[in-house]
Every structure is written in C-alpha cells, then in structure tokens.
Write a protein that binds this ligand. Sequence first.
Ligand code: BDP
Length: 344
Amino acid sequence: MNRPAAAPGPSSAPHPFAPVSRRVLLGAALAAPALVAGPARAQTVSLRSADIHPDGYPTVEAVKYLARLAEERSGGKLRIQVFHSHQLGEEKDTIEQTRFGVIDMNRINLGALNNLVPETIVPALPFLFPSTERMFSVLDGPVGDDIKKGFESHGMVGLAFYDSGARSFYNRGRPIRTPADMRGMKIRVQQSDMWLAIMRALGANATPLPFGEVYSALQTGVIDGAENNWPSYQTSRHFEVAKFYSLTEHSMSPEVLVMSKRAWDRLSPDNREILRAAAKESQPYMHRLWAEKDAEARRTVEAGGAQVNGVDKEAFVAAMGPVYEQFTRNARVKALVERVRAAG
Ligand code: BDP
C-alpha cells in the first residue's frame, strides 16, 4: 500500500511531463484502493436507473426502495440513483442506451419492448387475463421466468415485474361504449406493432408517440385520445385535455425493471445476489403503493372533471380475434399464451 518509491522528490529527473504523470498515478491509487490492496476490499459501484414517471410515482418509489435495500446490504458499496421524470429520455431511447450499457437499469412498460422481445407481447395481449392478480400469479412463476429469459439475447436482464393496473381508452370528444364509437378516432399508442394491430381491429387510427408528447398532441388535437391506467392518466395531466375515460380495461401490460446485461456482467456475484433479492422484495412494496395510488388517482381525475363510463366489454373482446391471429403466429408467443390459458 505505502509505496515510498513513487514519492516525488527533488532528485527526480526534470522531465516536463513528470509532475503530471506522478499526480495521475497518485490520484489513481487513491481513487482505487481495492486495486492496490487486492481483491478483498470491494469497490463502490454506482448504477443509474431510468424512469419516465415523476418522483413519487409508484414505479420510481419501488426502485428507490430497492436502492435503499441494496445500499444497506452492501455496506454502502452498491449505489443506485434513480433518474425520474424523463431525465434520461423517452422509453424507446433509454432502452437502446440500456442495451448498450450507457444506462444501467431501466423501469419501463413491457409494451415498449414488444417489437424487440416477442415474449413481452404475451402479458400485454388484450383481455388475456381476467384480473391483475391472475396475471401476477402467472408472471411470478415459470411463464414470467421465460419472458425474462427473452431479454438476455437483447442485452438486458429482467429483474422484476411491477403493477400497472388496467389500461382504458380516453378521448377529447365523447364517451366510447363500443368499438364502433372508435371508428376513425386518432388514438395514441405505445411504439409497438401489437398496439397498431389492436387499433386496426377496432377501426381506429393508431398514432404511435412517446409518452412525453401525448399531452400536447391531445391539447392541440393532433390526436383524439390515448389509453392508460388511472395513475398515468392523472400524473401526466391528460385528464385535463381528454376528459372522457371509458372503462375498456383492455390490457394489463405490466411494468418491468431491466438491467443492462453489460452492467450485470460487471457486477460481483455478491452484488448480483443483493440486487436480485432487493428487486424481488420491491415487488410487494410497489404493489401496496400501487393500490393506494390507483384509488387516489381515480378520485383526483374525477374531482378534476373526468367523465368515466362503462362499456360493452364483450364487443371489445370479440373484436380482438385478428390481434391474436397475427401475434400467435410466433411459436414462442403461441406456446406462452397456451400456458397462460392452461393456468386457468
Ligand atoms: C404507463 C407506463 C409507462 C409507459 C406509458 C405509455 O408506466 O412506462 O411509457 O404508460 O403509455 O402506464 O407510454
């Protein structure tokens, strides 16, 4: 550790660059004591995690909770900083950066991965699950593990699935009760071919847009409507510019926390273990936050003028045939859908 030979002294050769290189060497030794002391002393690892939602949103709070657990259990050596509110960009961009290791962790909706990882289409398929409880009981088992495995060949590791409730349509003009009411409407969707197919099946015009652009697109009339769960409808303030919320509850596409495979591969086995356990424990924590936020968001938008109406759900379910036909042509998707159905 103490290497007096490196100490600068008046007898050193008077080379013009010598003082600089000595400072660099000394600095490196101070910044990376583990390298000098040997592998026994773990280095501090700092990870950056992205989320488009604002601070306080359940997904952001779940990853902050995970970060607290990881920091405690690693004796402060594993640190995770959550960059919320789009600070690192829209989901599509952050996914690319996660795959290439520029961003270490990313909380996104599975819908954002549909085109890249076909397995992620399964939980997002319209009306596949009768309830979010049923969906999570399936995702917590081998089907969920197989969906997560799908990430690995695309540079990501799946750490946790989080609640996202059910998504329903909302628009500026009128209540939607049947698919016929949506004919010709311009509806914003996530950037996923599955969502384009859903809109086609309903006779609407799909407009794929990043989430952060939806408010002004609604406000200026570039689109007529969008679809989302209560908390996103509320925190994005879309309810101010699209007040008709129609309870189609057509998809339960969950949230997912992924890690860059490059960042994962660099972690020590101990840190991987800490992260996996903390991610698992953040799920029930998030579940509680979600239940509270879901109810509060609905109250807030209704108090703020949102008009909520029921729909002819059977008519929406019946219209989804072409979506299933198109996406279960992929053998892996088909097999997973069959397993979901067999699970009851
Ligand atoms: C929200 C998800 C968010 C998605 C957004 C969207 O939490 O990750 O990006 O929907 O529709 O519910 O793009």
